[in-house]
Each structure stands twice: as C-alpha cells, then as structure tokens.
Design a protein around this ligand. Structure first.
Ligand SMILES: [Zn+2]
Length: 139
C-alpha cells in the first residue's frame, strides 16, 4: 500500500488560498456599494422634505452620513486588500511583514496588520481609531 495520504497535509498551508479571500472581499465590496447607494438615495429624498421636518431629517441624515463614512472606510480597506491580492502580497502584515494568520483573515479579510501590530496601533491611537478597528464593529 502506498502512503500517498501523507501528502494531503503538505507544508504549504492549503487553507490559505487568496482566491477564497478575494471572493469574500468582492462580496463585501458589493454589499458596501449597495449600502452606499441606498444611503445616497435616502439623503437625496431627505433634501426634499418640508421645512418643519428638517430637524428630524437632519438627525437621520447625520446618522446616515456617519454610517456612510464607515462604509467608505470599509470600501477603501476592501479595495486595498484586493490590490494586495493582485500584487501577490496579501496576508502579510503591512507593519512587521509577518504573515497574518488565516483565522484572522477569515474574520477580517481586509486586515492590514497582524493581531500584535493591530493591538499596538489600537493602544496608541486612543482617539484616532484605526480603520480596521472601526471595521471590527461594523461587520
Ligand atoms: Zn505585524
């Protein structure tokens, strides 16, 4: 009997397939574009409300705009991750250049940094939240 079975557990991490993450990122990108489109429509309609409704609509508009900002940040990160896949350096920490764990990428496919660097950045940026940190709460 040949022992070919052993080869299925090769040294190359089989689970790390950038195409899997590309698909996740492209799906997320579509979601974000749809979400942004819907919000633009909401804002456009808000612009036509009567004067007496303005106070209420301004509040809704404010919420909508702040969500838009997060979606734009998310879209930017997703696009950057897709660029990294295209460039062939996806899954590498942009700070220490160590590989980012596939488990982390499964949760945050647009992650720029490994957990260690992310924690350091988050600890330093008390007021200015890191993009990826904000995103962790969005999705
Ligand atoms: Zn790192």
């Amino acid at each position: 009997m040949k022992s070919n079975r052993v080869q299925s557990k090769a040294a190359t991490p089989a689970e790390f397939n950038p195409n899997v993450f590309r698909r996740m990122l492209e799906e997320k990108r579509q979601d974000l574009l749809v979400a942004l489109g819907v919000k633009f429509d909401t804002i456009a309609r808000a612009g036509r409300v009567a004067e007496e409704d303005q106070a209420q609509m301004s509040h809704d508009e404010f919420i909508s705009l702040s969500r838009n900002k997060q979606d734009y940040q998310a879209l930017k990160l997703v696009d950057e991750a897709l660029d990294r896949i295209a460039a062939g350096d996806y899954g590498v920490c942009q700070r220490c250049e160590e590989p980012i764990s596939p488990r982390r990428l499964e949760v945050l496919p647009w992650a720029k940094y490994c957990v260690r660097c992310q924690d350091r950045i988050a600890a330093r940026a008390d007021h200015q939240e890191d993009d990826a940190h904000v995103l962790a709460n969005v999705w």
